[in-house]
Design a protein around this ligand. Structure first.
Ligand SMILES: Cc1cc2nc3c(=O)[nH]c(=O)nc-3n(C[C@H](O)[C@H](O)[C@H](O)COP(=O)(O)OP(=O)(O)OC[C@H]3O[C@@H](n4cnc5c(N)ncnc54)[C@H](O)[C@@H]3O)c2cc1C
Length: 447
């Protein structure tokens, strides 16, 4: 069942100008591919549009956590992943600014059942998600387009709803549907249109957007081959950001660095450039340079991108911001759902895809997806994700406190009970609340 992700994906003929659909999905990343798959499984005629041509890279840390795996399994993609080279994540190693470090194991049962997490290049993961979506969409009578961007999103001023899209380039065709799913990442044209038409919150907020830079390296020392820990380093020179080292297969390691945009703008010297900061860590930092002494960077893999965090915005009437209106719902990065502590966004992209599609009824909504259900989508999404995103936002702030991190990691390295509590926190969002509880922190740091 091995999948060769280096060959093109056959997506069939483009739709005729004017052809209409039940659902149009803009963007074929994990969120869009999952939404198109769920929609096709429900019997909808779907148009899935992706501006890139497969195989395509996506700048990422490449970790696919337990939340993602549940959806990946449901959509029939998990076995494909397991039949291709990947790294099984069994733990997370944290280091604090003064060099203390601790490794927290992921829950044993989840690791044994292969439900804890994987790391594999998004080139591979997204290929398999898109390939599966293509198969399901075409089986249900829909169409898939790649290499063509959506250039225009249509809004009907009389009915106050999003109604369709126009494709750019040679296609230049226009298509209508009762529901448009915005899954085009943080620059999604549907997300822009929704915010513009509803004139509510701003799309972009630098206090909640994170810049990040990634490279692939070969020959890095002291990393697992097929399974082991992924590493998060809160290095003195990097805080308020963090640096990661994630093996993705036997040979290759994903190395990257991220910092909230508003914080980065306050920095000076090399801290202003994530690329320069990463090169300093690799080539000069006393704790890391030896591990990279014989390593080589994969040519062309150094690229930057942004993470739209799902942290709560001060004073916003809708959290994290408006993502839906009559005729349209946005999912994944287009809905700003990345975890503000871990940087994970794939799981929330898949979860929001499933939720959005579950609210659509092609018979009842043939004249357009109604605004009351768009509101319900945003409410349900925040009910589901708001508590964990808000917790993560608090933890993101705590890890910026260098002395607290030094003490906490030192204690955690020595105390099995504290390590167990952290394992629980990696598995349960409820248990994560402890991590920013001042009393719990004080007890664990001072006693
Ligand atoms: C450096 C970095 C590290 C990260 N690390 C992790 C990690 O380890 N684990 C994790 O879970 N998450 C991680 N994330 C977050 C994760 O990458 C995103 O949350 C995830 O990709 C969101 O999926 P998506 O489908 O919503 O959007 P995307 O993956 O961005 O997909 C959007 C798709 O839409 C297409 N598109 C865009 N505009 C148009 C258009 N106009 N017309 C047609 N198609 C269009 C794009 O080509 C793209 O294929 C990281 C992000 C970054 C930047």
């Amino acid at each position: 069942m091995g999948v060769d992700w280096s060959v093109p994906i056959e997506t069939g003929p483009a739709p005729e100008d004017g052809e209409s659909f039940d659902i149009i999905v803009v963007g074929g990343g994990p969120g869009g591919s999952a939404a198109a798959s769920y929609a096709a499984l429900d019997g909808n005629k779907v148009l899935l549009i992706e501006k890139a041509v497969w195989p395509r890279d996506k700048i990422c840390g490449d970790a696919v956590g337990g939340k993602s795996l549940r959806h990946v399994k449901e959509l029939g993609v998990k076995e494909m992943i397991e039949a291709t080279p990947h790294f099984r994540v069994t733990g997370m190693m944290f280091s604090s600014p003064n060099g203390n470090q601790v490794t927290i194991s992921l829950p044993k049962e989840e690791v044994e059942k292969r439900e804890a997490g994987y790391a594999l290049p998004r080139l591979q993961f997204d290929y398999m998600m898109f390939q599966r979506a293509t198969e399901l969409v075409m089986q249900a009578g829909g169409k898939v387009v790649q290499g063509t961007a959506v250039s225009n999103v249509h809004h009907d001023a009389s009915t106050k709803q999003i109604t369709g899209v126009t494709l750019s380039g040679d296609c230049n065709s226009t298509h209508m549907a009762p529901l448009i799913i915005g899954a085009g990442g943080y620059l999604c044209p549907v997300a822009k249109k929704v915010v513009e038409e509803m004139n509510e919150e701003k799309l972009r907020d630098e206090a909640h957007y994170c810049g990040a830079y990634r490279e692939y390296w070969k020959g890095v020392k002291d990393v697992g081959a097929e399974e082991g820990s992924i590493e998060l380093h809160f290095v003195d020179d990097v805080v308020p950001g963090y640096w990661w080292i994630f093996p993705v297969n036997e040979e290759v390691v994903n190395v990257g660095i991220g910092m909230v945009n508003a914080e980065r703008k306050k920095q000076s010297g090399i801290k202003k450039s994530l690329k320069k900061l990463q090169h300093y860590l690799i080539h000069e930092h006393p704790r890391f340079k030896e591990r990279f002494a014989d390593a080589t960077v994969v040519e062309g893999s150094g690229k930057g991108w942004e993470l739209p965090f799902g942290s709560p915005r001060k004073g916003a009437s809708i959290q994290p911001r408006r993502t839906a209106m009559a005729g349209a719902m946005c999912i994944g990065d287009a809905a700003s759902l990345v975890d503000p502590f871990s940087g994970e966004g794939v799981g929330n992209a898949l979860l929001s895809a499933k939720l959005a599609i579950s609210l659509f009824d092609r018979e009842k909504h043939s004249d357009g997806f109604p605004s009351n259900l768009a509101e319900e989508y945003m409410t349900k999404l925040w009910e589901e994700l708001g508590p964990e995103l808000s917790n993560s936002f608090k933890i993101q702030k705590i890890v910026r406190m260098k002395r607290l991190m030094n003490l906490f990691v030192k204690k955690a390295a020595k105390r099995p009970a504290l390590q167990d509590a952290l394992t629980d926190a990696l598995a349960s969002k409820e248990a994560q609340k402890k991590l920013h509880n001042p009393l719990w922190l004080a007890r664990n740091i001072l006693l």
